[in-house]
Design a protein around this ligand. Structure first.
Ligand code: NI
Length: 139
């Protein structure tokens, strides 16, 4: 650990996507009760801000927890290329779950957890609107 504490590096990514909140487990009325206008069949979009926080020892040679270009490649290939400007409802990962931002956050965490070249994935935070954000940690 280089005689020092664990360090954390966070990076923000923009992700624009659409979704419709609708559960096959609920009646049409219960869907409207649960999701309100977010159950509208036309769907709607968000400009999500996805924050990825990586923790670990600082590499004594580079002075970094993780190489940010390497992190960008992993987030780009596993998350952004998959979800940016996409309809989340059509992704197989949401075939059996409602693409709420809670579930998007958990899904992004799962896609990145074992793919980082260095460090540990501490958490993923997704801002859905100016008011709402969600965080996912290792269970
Ligand atoms: Ni929404």
């Amino acid at each position: 650990m280089n005689g020092a504490g664990k360090a954390y590096f966070g990076r923000r990514y923009l992700l624009s996507a659409s979704h419709r909140l609708h559960s096959e487990e609920l009646s049409p009325e219960a869907n409207v009760d649960a999701y309100g206008k977010c159950n509208n069949p036309r769907g709607h979009g968000h400009n999500y801000v996805v924050e990825v926080v990586v923790g670990g020892a600082v590499n004594p040679e580079t002075g970094m927890v993780i190489d940010l270009a390497a992190l960008d490649r992993v987030v780009g290939s596993r998350v952004l290329e998959r979800f940016d400007h996409a309809n989340l409802n059509l992704d197989p990962l949401f075939e059996k779950s409602v693409p709420t931002t809670e579930n998007l956050c958990r899904t992004v965490f799962g896609l990145l957890r074992d793919a980082l070249p260095d460090g540990d994935l501490e958490y993923v935070r997704v801002e859905e609107t100016e008011s709402n954000f969600f965080q996912c940690y290792e269970a």
